[in-house]
Design a protein around this ligand. Structure first.
Ligand SMILES: Cc1cc2nc3c(=O)[nH]c(=O)nc-3n(C[C@H](O)[C@H](O)[C@H](O)COP(=O)(O)OP(=O)(O)OC[C@H]3O[C@@H](n4cnc5c(N)ncnc54)[C@H](O)[C@@H]3O)c2cc1C
Length: 415
């Protein structure tokens, strides 16, 4: 079969790229070994983060370094056997997250973050997925005055600089918004009012892929590792036969190097692993929007299946067996602030945030192969940035001017 573009990977990133390419008049074949939105894009916190202005930083204070070093915190976990392998990546993250690096990151990410909510709203409207979307923001909760003052420094300064809407809530005001939270645990909260959130991330991706199919797109089962360069383009085995196209987009999230390494590309892509578990709520307790406990490093989000507890980062090999230590530590902490009832998953879900050390994605031409395009490495923000990334990659493939300057996301920044 011949098509204009093959998109490898049907997570939020690949599906969004497929929808936008189709809008440019391209015939598109989307390929995945699973259904749409069943990997990383399935299990996240569901926040479409207008407020994404700071990367998750490498710890700098001596206190934090010791806590992390001894694996004492709930915010992060690591596999000691993997640390040596991860060291160059962690050192690069450290170099990118000093104050100057954080400000540079904000300047580079804001063009994506400031468009993300509207891009999702448009795609959700076209896909009939608006019922998944809540428009009332999320809460960042601070237990101590010191942690809040930290945030007041750089984060809120950047929020004002980039016109990101927020309100500061007192403990009492948090309680008015979320009456079943134990608000006495919290000093203050930031309510990010311009951020949307969703009640079922997988449902959103599946609705977007249905839009693509309704408009004539094709979605086949196949192994992206069958990709080969052929005369005039690229070929992959999918849907039981060869599919050939002039252009191919690699949107395989944490698996992107499985295809790119054999082609000679070396990108510093790591998997920042994370877990989730759903819970019922005791009695008539409800949560209206995602809340994140900043110091303890977890979030609770009302999802279709129940209240989803998502963890922070685990530094480990992508394919190492699950070690949901953080989740176990966090369960009693979460139960202390919200009346969680029964566990609704047999085992914790494990996901892998596809992360580059400057915390920015790669969106653009691979560079050394004609017709090879990259759209991966969205880290903590891939659910947020899917539709805007899809727009940009489609504009580039169509040879059009891009909506924003894409130079911060170029692949060759790592070469
Ligand atoms: C705990 C947690 C919380 C998060 N919270 C948020 C949040 O609130 N907001 C936000 O914006 N982001 C969040 N993220 C990050 C976000 O989920 C990811 O950045 C995003 O889902 C990445 O999307 P993707 O399409 O690149 O990858 P994926 O969704 O993983 O898609 C990659 C696809 O490639 C396919 N694939 C892999 N290998 C092959 C192969 N060989 N052949 C064929 N197909 C293959 C997979 O089956 C998969 O469908 C969170 C992540 C985690 C883990």
């Amino acid at each position: 079969m011949q098509t204009d573009v093959i998109v490898l990977g049907a997570g939020m990133i690949g599906v969004s790229a497929a929808v936008h390419l189709q809008q440019k008049g391209k015939s598109v074949v989307l390929v995945d070994r699973r259904g749409a939105g069943e990997e990383t894009s399935y299990g996240n916190t569901g926040i479409i983060e207008r407020d994404a202005l700071l990367p998750v930083a490498f710890p700098r204070s001596i206190r934090d370094l010791i806590r992390y070093g001894l694996n004492l915190g709930t915010e992060a976990n690591y596999h000691p056997s993997f640390l040596l392998k991860a060291a160059p990546w962690l050192l690069s993250l450290r170099a990118h997250t000093d104050t100057a690096g954080m400000k540079a990151y904000a300047a580079a990410i804001d063009p994506l973050s400031s468009r993300a909510v509207e891009e999702h709203r448009q795609m959700a409207a076209a896909a009939g997925a608006e019922h998944f979307v809540r428009r009332d923001g999320w809460l960042r909760l601070y237990r101590s005055e010191a942690a809040f003052r930290d945030a007041e420094g750089l984060l809120l300064q950047l929020a004002r600089q980039y016109n990101v809407d927020y309100r500061i809530l007192s403990s009492g005001e948090i309680g008015e918004m979320e009456p079943h939270l134990k608000t006495s645990s919290f000093f203050k909260a930031i309510h990010w009012t311009g951020t949307d959130t969703v009640s079922w991330p997988e449902g959103v991706v599946k609705a977007y892929v249905d839009l693509f199919l309704r408009r004539g797109g094709q979605f086949y089962a196949g192994d992206a590792k069958s990709l080969t360069q052929v005369e005039g383009g690229w070929q992959v085995t999918a849907g039981g036969g060869p599919v050939t196209a002039k252009d191919v987009v690699v949107a395989l999230g944490p698996w992107s190097l499985d295809v790119l390494s054999p082609l000679g590309y070396k990108f510093p892509l790591a998997s920042k692993r994370g877990y989730h578990m759903h819970f019922g709520a005791v009695g008539n307790a409800t949560l209206s929007r995602p809340i994140c406990d900043v110091e303890k490093g977890f979030c609770l989000t009302p999802m279709q299946k129940g209240i989803r507890l998502t963890t922070g980062v685990e530094i480990a090999d992508r394919d190492a067996p699950a070690t949901p230590r953080q989740l176990e530590q966090l369960k009693p902490i979460a139960r202390d602030i919200f009346p969680l009832a029964e566990e609704r998953d047999e085992t914790p879900w494990l996901g892998r945030r596809p992360a580059l050390p400057d915390s920015l994605p790669i969106i653009g031409a691979a560079g050394r192969h004609r017709g090879l395009w990259l759209d991966f490495g969205h880290g903590h923000l891939g659910f947020t940035q899917g539709p805007i990334s899809g727009r940009l990659i489609a504009e580039m493939i169509a040879g059009e001017p891009t909506t924003i300057d894409v130079s911060p996301y170029r692949a060759d920044r790592f070469n």
